[in-house]
Write a protein that binds this ligand. Structure first.
Ligand code: HEC
Ligand code: HEC
Ligand code: HEC
Length: 263
């Protein structure tokens, strides 16, 4: 026990200069990996294969598909994960990949239960905060507004990102830990890869939140008003027919009638 506390103390002392930066990094620094976590990582590593990705799995992100891909290159997750990252769930993958246009990986996969995070728009290239505004949302504000016009003000580099105590949770790609991870992933021994994979995923959730976490007024994982959405946009997001469908039908065989989508 003493030994363990010593190690934790040592690790946090060594990394205290980055501690203020990111809650994600803090959580990793405080992680003592269990045998089970390492064993799991070993299995996962075995299962991991480089898949050649067909370009067009995701819903067309308006006119800027190239930008979406480029924007995801800034994520510390993508050196190891394919673009788009969601492949396993045939039902939801297209939607989850589409959300990576405007929501960072960490918003959905980093959700520590004992901490309250807030969500803001961030430029993924350098971590600058983007002032909340209506125009950042894809959802057009009225029927008169042309989607093409709106698309011009949309930027794949601006994503909704978690913050903790006013600091971004997301690690930047040039962060020392992230660079080290990339190096290990390319050149490390099998054991180094297993340990790194286990550490990176220890604070993460295997699955993202349910659709209703963001698309149901009752839950509000994201404070849409704080992100700049106006009442019309909020209502559209809360009354999203596809998200509602996913909440109601958990069974893989359920289908949705096209007529309902058109209403
Ligand atoms: C060093 C390489 C590496 C990095 C960096 C990395 N992952 Fe992974 N991740 C893996 C491997 C290997 C697997 C298991 C096999 C697979 O799914 O391809 C995996 C699996 C996952 C899974 C599926 C559930 C699980 O635990 O197996 C999720 C979710 C995930 N990663 C999210 C992320 C997110 C979010 C980030 C960035 C914050 C990230 N990963 C960064 C290598 C990495
Ligand atoms: C809007 C929420 C959301 C965002 C944003 C998101 N994910 Fe996921 N992710 C999920 C959900 C939900 C699942 C569970 C499977 C599913 O529904 O597709 C998942 C599953 C995964 C898996 C498991 C393997 C698979 O094929 O599904 C990996 C790996 C993963 N996410 C990586 C990422 C990475 C990397 C990013 C950022 C580029 C990211 N996710 C962004 C919600 C999200
Ligand atoms: C972490 C929060 C979050 C989760 C989880 C989430 N969404 Fe969303 N989703 C959003 C936000 C925010 C928008 C609005 C984006 C905008 O207008 O720019 C949105 C938009 C959408 C849109 C409309 C896209 C468009 O361009 O009009 C659909 C469809 C959608 N979501 C479906 C789903 C489904 C289905 C799920 C679950 C499988 C889901 N969402 C889970 C946050 C989320």
């Amino acid at each position: 026990m003493k030994y363990r506390i010593f190690i934790i103390g040592l690790l946090s002392a060594m990394s205290s200069y980055v501690m203020a930066e990111s809650l994600y990094l803090q959580e990793m620094n405080n992680t003592v990996l269990s045998e089970q976590q390492l064993e799991q990582a070993k299995e996962k590593l075995k299962a991991h294969k480089e898949v050649v990705v067909r370009e067009d799995l995701a819903m067309p992100p308006f006119h800027k598909r190239g930008d979406v891909k480029a924007s995801l290159e800034y994520s510390t997750c993508t050196p190891c994960h394919q673009l788009p990252p969601h492949t396993k769930s045939v039902r939801t993958r297209t939607f989850m990949n589409m959300h990576t246009q405007f929501i960072s990986c960490e918003s959905c996969h980093f959700r520590p239960k004992d901490k309250t995070l807030s969500y803001q728009w961030e430029d993924v290239r350098d971590g600058t905060r983007i002032q909340a505004k209506t125009k950042l949302f894809r959802q057009v504000t009225s029927h008169e507004e042309k989607p093409e016009e709106r698309a011009k003000s949309i930027h794949a580099y601006y994503k909704i990102t978690p913050f903790y105590q006013d600091e971004t949770v997301v690690l930047r790609k040039d962060n020392q830990f992230a660079q080290e991870s990339r190096r290990l992933w390319e050149k490390g021994t099998e054991l180094e890869k297993i340990e790194r994979r286990a550490l990176i995923h220890a604070p993460l959730e295997e699955k993202g939140p349910e659709c209703s976490a963001c698309h149901d007024k009752k839950n509000q994982l994201l404070d849409l008003a704080e992100l700049g959405a106006n009442t019309y946009q909020k209502n559209k997001i809360y009354n999203n027919i596809i998200a509602q469908f996913f909440e109601r039908y958990k069974d893989e065989d359920s289908s949705i009638r096209i007529m309902r989508l058109l209403k």
